[in-house]
Design a protein around this ligand. Sequence first.
Ligand SMILES: Cc1cc2nc3c(=O)[nH]c(=O)nc-3n(C[C@H](O)[C@H](O)[C@H](O)COP(=O)(O)OP(=O)(O)OC[C@H]3O[C@@H](n4cnc5c(N)ncnc54)[C@H](O)[C@@H]3O)c2cc1C
Length: 245
Amino acid sequence: MRDVCIVGGGVAGLAVSIFTARAGLDTLVVDGGESILARNASLENYPGFPNGVDARRYLQLTREQASEAGATFELGHVTSVEAKDATNFEAGFVLETEAGEPLEARRVVAASWSDSEYLVPLDVGRTQRGSKHFVSVDEGGRTAVDGVYAAGRVAGEPHQTIVAAGHGAKVALAVIHDSDANFYHDWVVPEGYFTGRGREVPPACEEIDDTERRRRDERARTRLLEAFDEPLEEVPTMHPSVERE
Ligand SMILES: Cc1cc2nc3c(=O)[nH]c(=O)nc-3n(C[C@H](O)[C@H](O)[C@H](O)COP(=O)(O)OP(=O)(O)OC[C@H]3O[C@@H](n4cnc5c(N)ncnc54)[C@H](O)[C@@H]3O)c2cc1C
């Protein structure tokens, strides 16, 4: 049984996975298709990219970051989530996918804009707006069912990438908190930042010396230079109702 299963490997789901995996939780991302962001032509409002970034490249690099953090991935469209024991949600959940073996997880995060039909058996609390269903959550992304969370657009967040990513991170922190993981902040700090004040390095924080800081910077620059060296072949996905020649 996994600690966390995230349904949807788009913007919010990947952000959740980076945080939960870095916190040491066994994290699986199940994705059944493509992020809606793949339809974007140029992502120009995500902080850190002064002239924008190709949205598909952003998704690729974020997936790579989640992998590096220790998250694992499985392709599959989730069709239902049910409690293993309807009287005790702590026993975890079983996720059915269209193809493949059922998956088990202690906690489930729905990050699956625009599908939440698979949550119907759990009665998490969904509201309909137009043709879409949104999942009702508290400030930490918790639904009415203990152990089930929602993140990103499906949780009613505004339709913007940075908001979905930020919400994913916030929901991950709630998951980590509820999992009783030993956690203070996910921070990397210079050597001595805590220990220089006679404090122990708090859980999930890391102190690194200057040699290690330079090594990581070198590795990061090398990877980014390589990643941005050539334009991507992939083009934006068109809205399905637009007719193309
Ligand atoms: C044309 C277009 C242009 C945009 N341009 C911008 C922009 O310039 N700037 C900006 O800030 N935002 C932009 N956005 C909005 C941005 O793409 C979304 O707000 C953001 O992607 C929402 O993130 P999310 O994780 O909630 O959903 P998504 O990124 O869509 O991720 C949801 C994931 O869940 C998966 N999934 C769904 N159902 C299931 C299931 N049952 N089982 C398994 N997996 C499932 C999907 O395959 C998908 O990968 C644009 C959106 C569109 C449509």
